[in-house]
Design a protein. Sequence first.
Length: 214
Amino acid sequence: MYLVLFGPPGAGKGTQAKRLEAAYHLVQLSTGDMLRAEVASGSTLGIKVKDIMKAGELVPDALIVDMISGRIDAADAKAGFILDGFPRTIPQARALDAMLEGKGLKLNRVIELRADDEAMVERITGRFSCVSCGANYHEKFNPTKVAGVCDACGGARFDRRADDTAETVRARLQAYHDQTAPLISYFEKKGNLLSIDGMAAIDDVTRQLREVLD
Ligand code: AMP
């Protein structure tokens, strides 16, 4: 199965992609995670994109398309994947079409998670994760059971994404409305778009996704 999950920052793409990955034996391909890994490693690509990401702007299409086309070819993606955070612009969507066509593949579904901007600011600015195991938390909606201790691994060090500040979230939302939202009509015309309410509780969103995909 080949899926695209898209929606504004904070809509739950990463969380839902991880659940679908486990349920359907797919691999989650998150361009945001890949770019963060490049930044952390100090690679040439990481150096190029660091400030763009910190400002909440989109990385140039050519860099993203290059990065994802290599990743789609990897052995673990052969059985199916969930694209999380890609495509984010019309040129990226066209490049994806061409990439898949060249490999004789077709997207099964493109799923939009709909969400309100104000709620996304609250969701994003409150989130943090465990440095040791990567478990995700939220100050208000999903705190650790014991303050300062990771439920999953007992770790005591937590981190926040550099672009999860209120100011950067607003820039990311703006980029979403200006450059990514036009994909809704692009995929509608192709006839494989599904829209799901991302404001619902996490388990309800998963249930809706599974109903559609089963
Ligand atoms: P995400 O983890 O999906 O929220 O992405 C974090 C940041 O990485 C975005 O704000 C962009 O700066 C960059 N990014 C991730 N995916 C893309 C993409 N498909 N096109 C352009 N920039 C991207």
